[in-house]
Design a protein around this ligand. Structure first.
Ligand code: DC
Length: 213
């Protein structure tokens, strides 16, 4: 079974998707981390970032694997080094390149083959797994998403700057030529603004149980 969870930045997708996957014993895939890993590889390659073909060439050399629920890029665990302000800033651009999206999507499909998975991202229920048995779209007010990101303590930016970044990421996520952020028509919509993580997970699990029956 494929459970697709989509939604904007800072909505709590990773926590909800990882917790849900753990509760039902499904494999967990965070597609945003794949785009972040490509971005990390591009920054490391010191190429001209204005040349799309060079970015695509680096993305093509990326070898993705999951071990113990962590993403490995070319044999190295990258989870701890892909959530920086610099990567936040560049990933919105690199993830607009259709060929980069193809590479990430092919890897997501390869890893999900013959597995029960919870996959999170922006276009999972619309583009990557349009036939997913369960589709969830998470949403929350920008003010609340800003506060959640701020409280994570990962970013060194002020609350106001974080809000600005989220707003600009919303804009680029929604206006990508391919793979833009939108709710699949058959996705279950959850506004998480005033819900706890447990309450959201319970709603997601209830959708999964309905399909498992
Ligand atoms: O979920 P995240 O913030 O870690 O995602 C990182 C970036 O990747 C973000 O700019 C949106 C992009 N992304 C995407 O375009 N498509 C996806 N399925 C997942 C993430």
């Amino acid at each position: 079974m494929v459970v697709a969870i989509d939604g904007p930045a800072g909505v709590g997708k990773s926590t909800i998707a990882a917790t849900t996957a753990q509760k039902i014993g499904f494999y967990y895939l965070n597609s945003g981390n794949f785009y972040r890993a490509v971005t990390k590889a591009v920054l490391k390659a010191h190429i001209n970032q204005a040349k799309e073909e060079d970015i695509i060439a680096v993305a093509n050399e990326c070898n993705f694997n999951i071990q113990d629920n962590c993403l490995y890029l070319n044999g190295k665990s990258v989870e701890k080094v892909i959530h920086t302000d610099l990567i936040d800033n560049r990933v919105s651009f690199f993830s607009t390149i259709p060929e980069v999206r193809d590479i990430v999507n092919r890897n997501l499909k390869r890893i999900s083959l013959h597995r029960d998975v919870v996959v999170e991202g922006r276009d999972i229920g619309t583009v990557v797994f349009p036939d997913a048995e369960v589709k969830i779209f998470l949403d929350a007010h920008i003010q609340i998403r800003t506060q959640r990101r701020f409280e994570q303590g990962i970013s060194s930016l002020s609350r106001e700057k974080i809000k600005k970044t989220i707003r600009s990421r919303d804009h680029s996520d929604k206006n990508k030529p391919v793979g833009s952020l939108k709710k699949a028509v058959d996705a279950f919509y959850i506004d998480t603004s005033y819900l706890t993580i447990d309450q959201v997970c319970e709603k997601v699990l209830s959708e999964i149980r309905k399909k498992q029956k």
